[in-house]
Each structure stands twice: as C-alpha cells, then as structure tokens.
Design a protein around this ligand. Structure first.
Ligand code: ADP
Ligand code: MG
Length: 313
C-alpha cells in the first residue's frame, strides 16, 4: 500500500491540558500523550506533517522578557515564535522517536523552522485584535504606543498590546517540507502558524510583529503539498451545532456546503472552532479530499471512521 500524507494540526491541549498543568514537565506529559496517537497513525501507514499552536508558550517567553527588561534586551515577537517552534519541535521529535522505538519501527523525524509570508497591506494591520503579553497600566501603554505598539484598553482590566493576525500567503519553507515528506521524513513545521514575515521595500524578508492563525497556515500547507487528509486535533471529539446549548448536536459528517451553511448560521465560535472550519473550507475548496476534527485520544478511532467529524467536498 502506498503511504498517504496527512497534515495534523494539534491544538493547545497537546501541550497544556489545563491551567494547573503548564510547566515544561507537564507539557512533556501532554506531548507524550498526543505523540503516542500520532505515532500509531504513522505506524498504520500515514506520513505526517505535524503542525502545532504556541499561544501560551509565546506568552511565557514574553512574560519572562518583561520581567527581565531591567537587565536584558526584550525578545521580539517573531523571535518568540521561532523559539517556540524549536522547543516544541524538539518535544515532538523526541516523543515520536521514543514511540517509534517502542514499536520497533524506524522513521526519521525533523523540525523545520518555518517562515510564513504575509502582506504588509493586509487589512488586519489596520485593525490589530490579538492581545499579546501582560496587562499594563495606562502610562506604560501610552509610552509603548509612542514607540509604535498598538494598545487597547480591556474593559476595567488594564491595557494590553494587540497585534494583527494577517492572512498567511506563502509558506517559505514549503519546498523543503515537501521534499522531506517525499523522502519519508516525518516533519514538524509551521509551528504557531509560522513566523510572520513580510517583504520590505528592498524585497528582503523581514520578521514582523504579528501572529498567524495556526489552522489557516496548516490549511495552506495541506492544500499546497496536496495532503490526502487535513486532521485537526483539538479539545473536542467532534464538532457540534448549537455548541454548549441544550439542543447541542454532535456532527459525524459534514459536506463542504453544509459546513459553509452552518458557519453562516453562527454555529462555530470566533477564535476557536470558526478558524478551524474556515481552514477546512479553504482546504476542500482548493482540491483537498478530506478533513477530520477530533481530539488526540480519538485520532486512531476517527481515522477508522468510528468517531470525529469528517468533512468532505
Ligand atoms: P485549539 O488550541 O485546538 O486551537 P481552540 O480552543 O482554539 O483549540 O478551539 C477548540 C474549541 O472550540 C473547543 O474546545 C470548543 O470549546 C470550541 N468550540 C466552539 N464552537 C464549537 C463547536 N461548534 N463545536 C465544537 N467545539 C466548539
Ligand atoms: Mg485555537
């Protein structure tokens, strides 16, 4: 049987289970749990490109940077993303290598630090909405604003920096990733949606303070490398209609047209399930064959058609 390729986008719960389990050892435990299921999927014949979120981890780096500002230079946001791609990639590399050894199989695994091109004139830069870093008092916020930050007042809780979440246009290491996948290498890439970069006036690449949605960037990758499957692993076993309400219905299956209709009816929450469904719609509209949403513990069962929400053209 020829191997099939899946882009597997794992969510925050694959590293942080809850607010009581945030330390690095806790993150290893969570990564091990998800890694076990992904390794089994690979053993069953899937070649995987693993992508992941990094929101809390970027928050931790920024907080350390803030607390150390009296002594050390600050860490720019693009560097934070690069740092987390390395550290989280390392975790999944090691977790997968250990799982493969237990299963008496060999598969090479490597992480690709990934830059994602965005457009400087993306409208998102006119209206940054993603809060980043800690709360500040007004004086600090005003000083930072004068230095070029966008800041907002968060009803009564203080001031925060906000950055744009522009649309991912191009995955700059895509050919590298594809070459590795074709060579049978398990790749960890596009971490945190990728390091946002722009082309400056000279045409050079340059990091920019922004965050890219990891589901949208993963969708772009899945589409462009022509992955057979786009699997989104998150904190729910299935996608629901009327989520969290008494008339909630779990979905086993959606067509592209149904997904669009449910989205228009407002079933998917902004900032959580909505970007996933949008990412899946984009993937399917550009030749994608199949998408699946489930949680880490149900990955194998969902692949076998026993659970999860399957979305097809
Ligand atoms: P991730 O870190 O995986 O991106 P998010 O919290 O951003 O996780 O998004 C997943 C969450 O979306 C689920 O845990 C669930 O609470 C929420 N959600 C919102 N709308 C729905 C829906 N219609 N069906 C299922 N889950 C939903
Ligand atoms: Mg999310």
């Amino acid at each position: 049987m020829s191997r099939k390729v899946a882009v597997v986008a794992v969510g925050g719960n694959s590293l942080i289970k809850d607010s009581q389990h945030q330390t690095v050892p806790d993150q290893w435990d969570a990564a091990r749990e998800t890694g076990k299921h992904i390794a089994r999927m690979i053993a069953q014949g899937w070649d995987v490109v693993l992508t992941h979120g990094n929101g809390p981890q970027v928050g931790f780096i920024l907080r350390r940077s803030e607390l150390a500002a009296h002594e050390l230079h600050e860490v720019p946001l693009d560097s934070c993303v690069a740092d987390t791609q390395g550290a989280i990639g390392y975790m999944f590399q090691q977790v997968l290598m250990n799982e493969f050894r237990k299963m008496n199989m060999y598969k090479p695994v490597a992480t690709v630090v990934t830059q994602v091109l965005v457009d400087r004139s993306d409208p998102a830069f006119q209206n940054p909405t993603k809060p980043i870093g800690s709360f500040m008092d007004e004086a600090t916020a005003r000083r930072r604003q004068a230095e070029g930050w966008h800041v907002i007042e968060d009803a009564g809780r203080g001031w925060r920096r906000v950055v744009a979440s522009p649309k991912p246009l191009e995955i700059l290491e895509q050919d590298v990733i594809k070459t590795m996948v074709d060579a049978g290498i398990i790749v960890i890439a596009v971490g945190g949606g990728g390091i946002p970069v722009i082309r400056n006036e000279q045409g050079d690449l340059q990091g920019i303070a922004a965050v890219i949605d990891k589901d949208l960037a993963s969708s772009l990758l899945a589409r462009n490398i022509k992955a057979d499957l786009f699997l989104i692993s998150t904190a729910v076993e299935k996608v629901a209609l009327n989520f969290g309400q008494p008339n909630q219905v779990w979905l086993d299956h959606m067509t592209l047209a149904e997904a669009k209709a449910y989205m228009a009816e407002g079933h998917f929450k902004k900032g959580s399930m909505l970007p996933k469904i949008q990412a899946i719609i984009e993937y399917l509209e550009h030749g994608g064959k199949e998408a699946l949403v489930t949680n880490p513990e149900n990955i194998e069962r969902a692949l076998a058609g026993e659970t999860g929400t399957r979305i097809v053209p």
